[in-house]
Design a protein around this ligand. Structure first.
Ligand code: NAP
Length: 175
């Protein structure tokens, strides 16, 4: 029985994440999906709340052939104890999968097995690009699993992102 751990901000969850999870699932029995930066929302970089991201992910992974546990994880000020923080919140896991150099380093420093995950068509699937398409009122829906599109529309996510950006611009805070 091997349980893996995969973390991302998922702002929003997109087909790149979905394909990565589908692919890594082949070598795992269960997967813990950590919603990183769970304390962040309503900003250009992090428009969606942890609860909204939970719904986006949980509906999309229903079609995958793996048991998943989705755990929101708030950021903390001390990187040195972030892995313990993650472990205190999640079901026990045997291996972490990440492409983020800091995340890889932190797991290595605490002797947790970590391996790099696959990258799926990165030029097409990028959270930053999808958020920009939403802001510019261009088509983004084809880049995101259908259940996630529905979850974003249910919370008025696109309108919120545009309002957040307008507010940031008004206040002179461009992120
Ligand atoms: P991230 O900051 O969400 O993503 C970094 C970049 O990597 C993004 O451009 C992301 O793309 C991309 N990416 C994510 N998964 C990928 C994949 N499989 N292949 C290629 N690119 C990929 O970082 P993250 O690694 O996804 O998530 C790490 C989370 O852990 C963050 O929420 C971070 O705040 C948290 N963390 C917290 C602490 C602390 O609190 N001290 C320490 C370490 C990490 P998309 O934008 O398309 O998703």
């Amino acid at each position: 029985m091997t349980r893996g751990f995969y973390v991302g901000r998922f702002q929003p969850y997109h087909k790149g994440h979905h394909n990565v999870i589908d692919e890594i699932s082949d070598s795992l029995n269960e997967l813990v999906i950590g919603i990183g930066s769970a304390d962040k929302s309503h900003t250009r970089r992090n428009p969606f709340t942890a609860g909204e991201r939970y719904v986006m992910i949980s509906r999309a992974v229903e079609e995958l052939d793996i048991t998943t546990h989705i755990v929101p994880i708030e950021d903390i000020d001390r990187n040195a104890i972030w892995v313990s923080h993650v472990q205190s919140l999640c079901p026990p896991f045997d291996i972490a999968i990440s492409n983020n150099p800091l995340v890889i380093q932190l797991f290595q420093d605490t002797d947790v097995e970590v391996r790099e995950g696959p990258i799926f068509d990165r030029s097409r699937y990028q959270g930053t690009r999808i958020r920009e398409l939403m802001i510019q009122q261009e088509k983004w829906e084809h880049l995101v699993p259908d259940p996630t599109v529905e979850a974003i529309h249910e919370v008025g996510g696109v309108t919120r992102l545009r309002q957040v950006v307008e507010s940031d611009d008004f206040n002179g805070q461009r992120e």
